[in-house]
Design a protein around this ligand. Structure first.
Ligand code: C5P
Length: 229
């Protein structure tokens, strides 16, 4: 089945506090985004990659693709104000034959091939699939003034990552519904859940961090030393 990957990479990375967006920060001499692209380039199930980026970075992306020999079909497209807007726009550029769409954050370079493949296979069969890891800490719901309201049952809690993979129609319908009902989400699964579909969890690894703050960058340097795709 023709499979597309959308990489949202249009964030500004305010929490990193750097002058360049976090997806372009170097990790062992290579931008984080390039490490991430290499994972999907290596994945035989993936036919095309759409990168949503800030308008003024479109040229820079083209240069990176050629410098680092990313030869799989890659289309850089303009992103939007929120992550959700970036993906909504990327959906307009998906290949007509595409049947499966996998969404993966540009700033998660430590994704294993096995997880990409499993989420794609699971989505083919069940319609929707997300990569997640079991919560290690106890998680509590608190009020805005910082008082504990209740404790959640840890054994049923998962910390959700990307990739999140969907049959094309499901993701397109979820985004259309989000637009109609003005829903806001930090992940795609939420929008899919809102159209009554329950994604299947693929258990991932704690390596798959989202590089967000300067501390994460230090951790990423350590992870890179022992990472095997
Ligand atoms: O902001 P957050 O950490 O959730 O970003 C996750 C991913 O979404 C990053 O790769 C970031 O570049 C991307 N993003 C985007 N468009 C935005 C905001 C974030 O593509 N407007």
């Amino acid at each position: 089945m023709f499979t597309s990957v959308i990489i949202p990479a249009a964030g500004f990375g305010e929490r990193m506090g750097a002058t360049i967006a976090k997806q372009f920060l170097p990790l062992k001499g290579k931008p984080i985004l390039v490490h991430t692209l290499e994972r999907f380039q290596q994945c035989a199930e993936v036919n095309e990659i759409i990168i949503a980026t800030q308008k003024n970075s479109l040229e820079q992306i083209e240069e990176l693709l050629s410098e680092f020999q990313i030869t799989k079909a890659v289309t850089p497209v303009p992103g939007g104000e929120r992550r959700q807007d970036s993906i909504a726009n990327a959906l307009n550029y998906i290949h007509t034959q595409s049947e499966i769409i996998c969404v993966h954050d540009a700033v998660r370079p430590f994704i294993h091939l096995r997880e990409i493949t499993q989420t794609i296979e699971t989505a083919k069969y069940f319609g929707a699939s997300i990569v997640a890891v079991r919560a290690k800490d106890t998680i509590k719901k608190a009020s805005t003034d910082g008082r504990v309201e209740h404790t959640l049952q840890r054994s049923s809690l998962w910390m959700v990552q990307t990739p999140q993979t969907f049959q094309r129609k499901i993701l397109v319908d979820a985004y259309a519904n989000a637009e109609r009902n003005q829903l806001t989400a930090t992940d795609d699964s939420y929008l899919v859940e809102k159209i009554g579909i329950s994604p299947v969890i693929v258990e991932g690894s704690y390596d798959n961090i989202k590089i967000t703050t300067p501390d994460d960058l230090l951790l990423a340097e350590l992870l890179l030393q022992r990472f095997v795709p």
